[in-house]
Write a protein that binds this ligand. Structure first.
Ligand code: URP
Ligand code: ZN
Ligand code: ZN
Length: 467
């Protein structure tokens, strides 16, 4: 039976427009938008009407970088697909793109099937996958082609983490050459991991074991160098490139220079680099471990370049790199040796709110908020216009957002399966009120009414900025 939902009276904000419009939803999709008060909208009837007066009506967020249950440093990221996608919904994100992991010595297929199994039947909102390539060889290069056809059209390579995920320049070049042929997008973790490991060893030998040294050894110049090298390798291969979790001003400059040359090079940053800094890594009593991630947090001075990059489109996407590890029992694996602290921060629930705060603070406009958090990640990873916008035919992934409510972010109240908040005690203006995923209400005026298994795997086309 056909169900019709009507969202009345809100300000519809997309990457392109801001308009007082009513939204009609039918069978899980946006059926029509019409000016509020127009004859067309007045004539609509529905089974359910949601009053959005004084609220924004925005597309559900698309978080293109999460790591549910990622194995790392002898433990696993603490959010499962069930808890992580529920937290995503609470935070107004209705699609995640998670990283399936290929382990060395295994096929992409094995890694991908393990990820399908983890997510199957438990997700609250829709999900898609990228593939981490840890072992580039003749077989896995061929497998890349098949994955692109299956809707896994992006591949992460690591210039960091020697002995774990690391690929040398030759392997990177081969994977890029392959993606130039098959339409896949290479996503790069750009840090010179070989040089960093030398600096780690030297720091530990000097007795520098505290979390703040994580930030000191993973130097901005080694992020910039790797970013530059990745860009040159992509040029040689004739492939596009997407650099993940950019944190250093010098790396933004490399991306900007490449884009000024007209190269198909893209960059993503994350809320932690925009709102946190090495001051957090230096918090006493090992509290800095809560902020250990790679690329690392940088001195505050880098933030201006990241905001500028987001405004000038030298950076196009803000994702979370959500990769939570509990302070007790996980982060503390690295007491006495910062290099053993599992890398990653929680954030899937906080991204839309923190970026709205950036609107309030004047860093970005309202439409740019939606562009970098919804529309561009959807286009970048082949999900647009099914995801990332509100237009006839799009999935009815809709957030009713209260721009005036204030909230204090805290582990006491968040829904991520992790025992701390990276933003503990921070008050922000704006709050998710109601969330629909493909027309079904998942959060109803701040009550979770969704269900595990509503979210489905969503195959992706190739990057929509290249054709
Ligand atoms: O520290 C991080 N970013 N952990 C997750 C893995 C990665 O490199 O994205
Ligand atoms: Zn990474
Ligand atoms: Zn990541």
């Amino acid at each position: 039976m056909s169900t019709r939902t009507l969202i009345r009276g809100g300000l519809v904000v997309t990457a392109a427009d801001e308009v007082h419009a009513d939204v009609l939803i039918e069978d899980g999709r946006v059926a029509a938008l019409a000016a509020h008060g127009s004859d067309a909208a007045a004539g609509w009837t529905a089974d359910r009407t949601i009053d959005a007066t004084d609220r924004y009506v925005i597309p559900g967020g698309v978080d293109a970088h999460t790591h549910m249950e990622l194995p790392f440093g002898g433990t696993f990221a603490s959010d499962t697909f069930e808890t992580g996608t529920r937290a995503a919904a609470w935070g107004g994100t209705t699609t995640i793109v998670d990283f399936a992991v290929q382990s060395v010595g295994h096929s992409l297929r094995e890694g991908l099937d393990a990820w399908y199994a983890k997510a199957d039947g438990v997700c609250a909102v829709d999900y898609a996958f990228h593939m981490i390539l840890s072992d580039v060889n003749e077989h896995t290069l061929k497998e890349m082609d098949k994955l692109v056809q299956e809707g896994i059209s992006s591949f992460k390579l690591f210039m960091a983490y020697p002995g774990v995920f690391y690929s040398d320049d030759g392997k990177i070049l081969r994977a890029m050459q392959r993606s130039a042929e098959n339409g896949g997008l290479i996503m790069m973790h750009a840090e010179n991991g070989i040089a960093i490991d030398v600096l780690v060893e030297q720091a530990l030998a000097r007795g520098e074991t505290d979390p703040r040294h994580h930030g000191e050894v993973r130097k901005a110049l080694l992020e910039a160098e790797a970013t530059h090298r990745a860009i040159q390798l992509a040029r040689v291969a004739g492939a596009p490139l997407y650099v993940v979790h950019v944190s250093a001003e010098e790396a933004v400059a490399e991306l900007a220079a490449a884009r000024d040359k007209g190269l198909p090079v893209f960059g993503e940053t994350c809320p932690q680099y925009l709102f946190l800094s090495t001051d957090n890594l230096a918090e006493p009593d090992f509290e800095g471990a809560k902020y250990v991630c790679s690329t690392p947090l940088r001195p505050k001075e880098h933030q201006a370049a990241l905001w500028r990059g987001l405004r000038t489109n030298d950076l196009q996407v803000v994702s979370t790199d959500h990769c939570p590890f509990c302070f007790t029992g996980q982060k503390d694996l690295g007491r006495g040796d910062f290099s053993k602290i599992p890398n990653g921060l929680p954030g899937v629930e906080n991204r839309m709110d923190l970026l709205h705060q950036a609107v309030v603070d004047g860093h970005i406009s309202r439409r740019r908020w939606i562009e970098i958090a919804c529309a561009t990640p959807a286009r970048m990873f082949g999900l647009y216009p099914q995801k990332g916008t509100l237009a006839p035919g799009a999935d009815a992934d809709v957030v009713i957002y209260d721009p005036h409510a204030t909230q204090t972010l805290s582990a006491e109240t968040h829904h991520m399966n992790v025992d701390y908040s990276a933003y503990e005690g921070r008050t922000v203006t704006g709050r998710v009120e109601t969330v629909l995923s493909r027309g079904e209400v998942v959060i109803d005026r701040r009550t979770y009414v969704g269900r595990a298994g509503h979210g489905v795997f969503t195959p992706r086309s190739t990057c929509q900025y290249l054709n």
